[in-house]
Design a protein around this ligand. Structure first.
Ligand SMILES: NC(=O)c1ccc[n+]([C@@H]2O[C@H](COP(=O)([O-])OP(=O)(O)OC[C@H]3O[C@@H](n4cnc5c(N)ncnc54)[C@H](O)[C@@H]3O)[C@@H](O)[C@H]2O)c1
Length: 323
């Protein structure tokens, strides 16, 4: 039987790819998005599809959300204030969306007894140096005066709230923690590193590394993330669990800049900008972030596997087509 999936934040980067995937599988999809960081262009090709509907509104509108949740069979909750730069620049609105918005979605999912998947982030791990990060690791944060941690803390509250609904109300909910996800349609304007570097490289502008570039990350192809989300939706054992979704190839940001420069054949200079200049005083970065994919693999028999160079090529191809 066809499902009707409600995707909050469906006009965003991950959300729009999820919509494409669900529509390609014959499902019905409803999107609610206020376009605060998403773009209608990401879903414009779906608007004439009779199995797709888009509502331009905020998840904070309880009446609207009530009718959408009532109509759907399951929810993937992606709407959030995303990106370190965005959150640092919009601290209050970010907390409101990430905490109050998620509480509204969970409350309604419980009221109408709908299964729900909640997007969290690798940011919740905080300042760890060890690898790989496992879902039951301790979490290490800086002080609340450093606004960066509000993103992690707000997503952590979402995780606690989701698990509390599961334990006390038996709500069918699973939380997935995305690590840096990349691919076509991701925008660089809110501080995401790969789209920013690729656009700078394609324009032969300086590629700006924040900090000394020794911080490392792993990057996951958006198609692998979407596949993981859809498999988790089908997986009964995922209910009540927190699960990492991420790639395992670790690369320093300095090396990433060099790799992108060579991939696109750019003449860009690579420059290093102190964090303070970009994010203001007291900014702290996470020096390392590598996920354990053991739990994901165990639950859905799948781990993100697209090779890093292939992901970079697909992303560069996308930016070449729009620049
Ligand atoms: N992309 C990544 O690397 C990454 C990493 C970790 C976690 N995540 C999580 O995945 C989810 C999707 O992220 P993304 O990368 O696609 O970002 P995105 O900014 O492209 O998507 C978020 C979407 O939510 C929408 N939105 C924000 N506030 C809203 C509100 N109040 N009401 C309705 N819509 C609202 C935005 O307009 C946007 O379209 C987020 O929850 C994010 O925290 C993403």
């Amino acid at each position: 039987m066809r499902m009707n999936i409600l995707v909050t934040g469906g006009a965003g980067f991950i959300g729009s790819h999820l919509c494409d995937y669900l529509i390609s599988k014959g499902e019905y999809v409803s999107v609610i998005d206020d376009l605060s960081t998403g773009f209608f262009e990401n879903i414009v090709h779906l608007q004439d599809n009779s199995r797709f509907q888009y509502i331009n509104d905020t998840i904070l509108n309880k009446d609207r959300m009530n009718s959408l949740v009532q109509q759907c069979d399951a929810i993937v909750h992606l709407a959030a204030a995303v990106g370190v730069k965005y959150v640092v620049e919009n601290p209050l609105a970010s907390i409101e969306t990430n905490i109050c918005g998620t509480e509204i979605v969970l409350n309604l999912a419980n009221k109408h007894k709908k299964k729900i998947l909640i997007a969290s982030t690798s940011e919740v791990y905080g300042k760890h140096m060890h690898a790989p990060l496992k879902e039951d690791d301790n979490l290490i944060y800086g002080p609340p005066t450093t606004m960066r941690w509000s993103y992690a803390a707000s997503k952590l509250i979402d995780e606690f709230t989701a698990l509390a609904y599961h334990r006390t109300k038996k709500l069918k909910v699973a939380v997935f923690r995305c690590f840096n996800t990349i691919g076509p349609r991701q925008t660089g304007i809110y501080g995401m590193v790969v789209p920013r570097f690729i656009q700078q490289a394609l324009r032969d502008e300086p590629i700006s590394v924040f900090g000394d570039g020794q911080q490392t990350r792993t990057f996951t192809y958006v198609g692998d993330v979407v596949e993981s989300i859809c498999r988790l939706m089908e997986c009964e054992k995922a209910i009540g669990e927190v699960i990492n979704i991420g790639g395992t190839e670790e690369i320093s940001i300095s090396e990433l800049a060099k790799r992108i420069k060579s991939l696109v054949g750019s003449n860009s200079e690579i420059i290093y900008i102190p964090y303070e200049q970009v994010y203001g005083k007291n900014f702290e970065d996470m020096m390392r972030r590598v996920p354990s994919s053991e739990k994901l693999n165990h639950l859905i028999d799948f781990v993100p596997q697209t090779p890093f160079d292939t992901i970079l090529e697909k992303t560069a191809e996308y930016f070449r087509s729009i620049i």
